[in-house]
Ligand binder design. Structure first.
Ligand code: FUL
Length: 453
């Protein structure tokens, strides 16, 4: 915090940090799939060594339309594919290396998984994105300045050859290459390329610039998730930051989802604030890549993760690993459909239409307000979903959901942040009157919607 401004002004400033248009559009996508596919699928590994024989990659039954159908059945709106994982094997017809589908027997070396997926996404009306691991355990250039040229050439191929890209995913892992050297990644130039060729694409990295990692791979959401966070936690162009690992200094709390990183006490003494929404990534199974012995997680776990991520001011990136033949495992396909059914069953039919919602100001305060909700007939309500107009800034820091009793109000849910969306499980029976009481906010509250289910 700049010493020359009052605390009140600082809080107002925090309330007015707004997303770019691409970030607002990204938040609306909410739920989308990751696909981890590489030689690891054939070797049963999670991290390939980079010396795998390309001949093992042979997805004889690949059918990307069936991937699209499966993820759509879960209500997902996009797919991000590992175009290259740490082993360096490229799933597209790249000119940069022969460690790719060109050297695979699949379609006599003329197959292109990225092309098939991008086309299938377009046909299915969902978004397409890619992951391109900066860490490359195959490239002989890794650990030299030329590697940055090589990586930029790969990025350019993917950014220019496959239509619109909604998200580019930079992995934080930065290990040793085949000759034991580490690489200084030139992220500034990678970001410039993405902005040049795909200005609407959001860039994910552990720490931004557009989207930041939630800090774990188990689907755990923060108690209070703020999209406005200290600038020093996010990617900074002005200072040398060449590794994909943590920024300088002890920033371990960025990776600890139990710590809040946007609450007032963490943003007070910072260099400034930026908008960077959180993405929660996890796999439908324990591994990121396919392992026949693994089972998908329970519907209960996945549904709860949906509620706490999409319903917790974060987006949800759920990985589905294809089998060696190139298809999703039927167990995963069923689980995705069950998940979509549960989401549709819970959120498909809001009862808000039959409610009268009126906003009442709380006298003497512009950061508190009450939304009274009245029904003519008694209604059962399982969830209350709130959403702020984040294009004006994220503001709500405390709220209550209350039901009317004979002499006042009972609190049934106590919350902190709202942001893009907050889904509150409430389980109210036979309700005629309830209310959402915003008890604290950083500035005037702009709720976009209150939905009741
Ligand atoms: C990590 C990688 O090391 C894993 O293999 C996986 O790709 C995950 C999404 O990110 O950093």
């Amino acid at each position: 915090m700049n010493n020359n401004i009052t605390l009140k002004d600082f809080i107002k400033q925090a309330a007015s940090v707004i997303p770019s248009r691409r970030q607002t559009e990204w938040f609306d996508i909410e739920f989308y799939a990751f696909v981890h596919f590489s030689p690891n699928t054939y070797t049963d590994l999670e991290w390939g060594m980079g010396n795998e024989d390309p001949a093992i990659f042979n997805p004889t039954d690949l059918d990307c339309d069936s991937w699209v159908d499966a993820v759509k059945s879960a209500g997902m709106r996009g797919i991000i594919i590992t175009a290259k994982h740490h082993d360096g094997f490229c799933l597209w017809q790249t000119e940069t290396t022969m460690h790719s589908v060109k050297s695979s027997p699949w379609k006599n070396g003329r197959g292109d998984v990225v092309r098939e997926l991008a086309d299938a996404c377009r046909r299915g009306g969902i978004k397409f994105g890619f992951y391109l691991s900066p860490w490359d355990r195959n490239s002989k250039l890794y650990g030299t300045a030329e590697y940055n040229d090589f990586y930029r050439a790969q990025l350019t191929e993917l950014l220019t050859g496959y239509g619109d890209v909604f998200e580019v995913w930079f992995d934080g892992a930065c290990g040793e290459g085949p000759n034991g050297r580490r690489q200084e990644y030139d992220f500034d130039s990678y970001i410039d390329l993405i902005r040049k060729y795909q200005p609407n694409a959001c860039i994910f990295n552990d720490h931004g610039p557009d989207i930041r990692w939630c800090g774990n791979e188990g689907g755990h959401a923060r108690h209070a998730e703020w999209s406005v966070v200290p600038r020093e936690l996010c990617y900074r162009r002005t200072e040398a930051q060449t590794s994909a690992g943590p920024l300088k200094g002890d920033l371990s709390y960025l990776y600890n989802s139990l710590d809040e990183i946007g609450s007032l006490h963490t943003i007070l003494y910072t260099e400034g604030l930026v908008f960077a929404g959180s993405e929660i990534d996890m796999s439908i199974r324990p591994g990121w890549f396919y392992h026949a012995a693994e089972e998908p997680h329970s519907l209960d776990r996945l549904f709860k993760t949906y509620i706490t991520s999409v319903g917790g001011n974060a987006n949800f990136l759920l990985n589905i690993p294809p089998m060696p033949n190139g298809l999703f495992d039927p167990r995963d396909i069923s689980r995705l459909k069950e998940l979509g059914d549960a989401i549709r069953e819970s959120f498909g039919n809001p009862v808000t239409g039959s409610a009268k919602i009126e906003k009442a100001e709380t006298p003497g305060s512009d950061t508190q307000c009450i939304y009274n909700i009245n029904f003519n007939e008694p209604h059962d309500i399982r969830y209350v979903s709130l959403s702020e107009d984040i294009t004006l800034g994220q503001r709500v820091s405390g709220f209550l959901i209350q039901r009317k009793n004979w002499d006042g109000w009972d609190t049934v849910y106590e919350g902190t942040t709202v942001g893009h969306k907050k889904i509150c499980p409430v389980n109210l029976k036979a309700i005629r009157e309830c209310r959402v009481y915003i008890t604290s906010a950083r500035d005037t509250v702009n709720l976009k919607h209150i939905e009741l289910y």
